[in-house]
Ligand binder design. Structure first.
Ligand code: KMH
Ligand code: ZN
Length: 275
């Protein structure tokens, strides 16, 4: 089986220091957290930006500041910017960090309820617009799917040439409004994508580690981090992103999967290394 790619989602846009004081906001906190996660075994950093008070932003200048701080500490790590941003942001606002030509970015592949009154909007035209923005710049896409309809949307748009290979899916499971993260959900999604595609799984909350283990067993890859889950175990807040990554490394050892370096990840995902 291929080496395991671990992505660390440092902060997301929704979770705050009130939920867990380890959530990074400043460029320095982001860089420290990314570096520790990298040392623990992460090869990809999934990045949202915050202002110093924790407000989420897709401001290109702020992303630049954070990305430079991360690169100064771990130049080899793959930075995957979020184009999801926070609920309610406009298309062009969300594309802010793409203007920096990062190595990798997310492409959210469908709309879903996001708890309470929130709706995370990704219409078909949005998806085409984002895909074009990423592909025209040679930015590697991670196809974020929160339920099976999103996977079907990718396959349909791929057939019509709006989304092009390589196809690397991220199944984000357990969002209130999306698909849950039971084993049957995971197996259904995994068996719905083309044989040549790769996939990673991000389990929200209590789904994080059970899904990580399933992905490890079935040849997939794993995302963990404070964006998705603030607990190391039931009732115990994680002290850091690195501790979540380290727990995945332990699971990988149990199942004899080696951990991918960033260059391994570039090879496995068929990424063309950007200068
Ligand atoms: N913050 C969520 C509304 C992504 O990073 O591309 C969207 C999100 C997805 O986190
Ligand atoms: Zn995200």
């Amino acid at each position: 089986m291929e080496k395991l790619i671990i992505t660390c989602a440092l902060s997301g846009a929704e979770v705050t220091k009130e939920h867990n004081p380890s959530v990074p906001y400043t460029a320095l906190e982001m860089a420290e957290s990314a570096h520790q996660a990298y040392l623990a075994g992460a090869s990809i950093i999934h990045l949202h930006a915050r202002w110093d008070d924790g407000t989420p932003t897709q401001d290109a200048g702020r992303f630049w500041e954070i990305m430079e701080a991360i690169k100064a500490k771990c130049p080899e790590v793959i930075i995957q910017v979020s184009t999801g941003g926070a609920v309610g942001m406009s298309r062009d606002e969300r594309l802010g960090p793409v203007t920096l030509n990062p190595e990798m970015a997310t492409l959210d592949c469908g709309t879903l309820n996001f708890g309470g009154d929130e709706i995370f909007v990704n219409t078909e035209n949005d998806i085409k617009y984002f895909a074009q923005a990423l592909e025209s710049r040679g930015i590697y896409k991670e196809l974020e799917c929160f339920e099976k309809g999103h996977v079907d949307t990718v396959l349909r748009l791929a057939k019509r040439g709006f989304i092009n290979p390589p196809y690397h899916f991220s199944f984000v499971l357990g969002v209130n409004g999306g698909m849950t993260g039971e084993e049957r959900d995971f197996l259904f999604l995994k068996d719905s994508i083309p044989a040549e595609a790769t996939f990673s799984v991000a389990g929200i909350g209590r789904f994080e580690f059970p899904l990580a283990e399933l992905a490890i067993i079935h040849g997939g890859h794993v995302r963990v981090g404070l964006e998705d889950n603030i607990y190391l175990e039931k009732g115990v807040l994680t002290p850091s992103n690195a501790a979540l990554v380290a727990k995945v490394v332990e699971l990988a050892k149990k199942h004899h999967r080696e951990i991918a370096t960033p260059d391994d990840a570039r090879r496995i995902l068929k990424m063309e290394k950007k200068k």
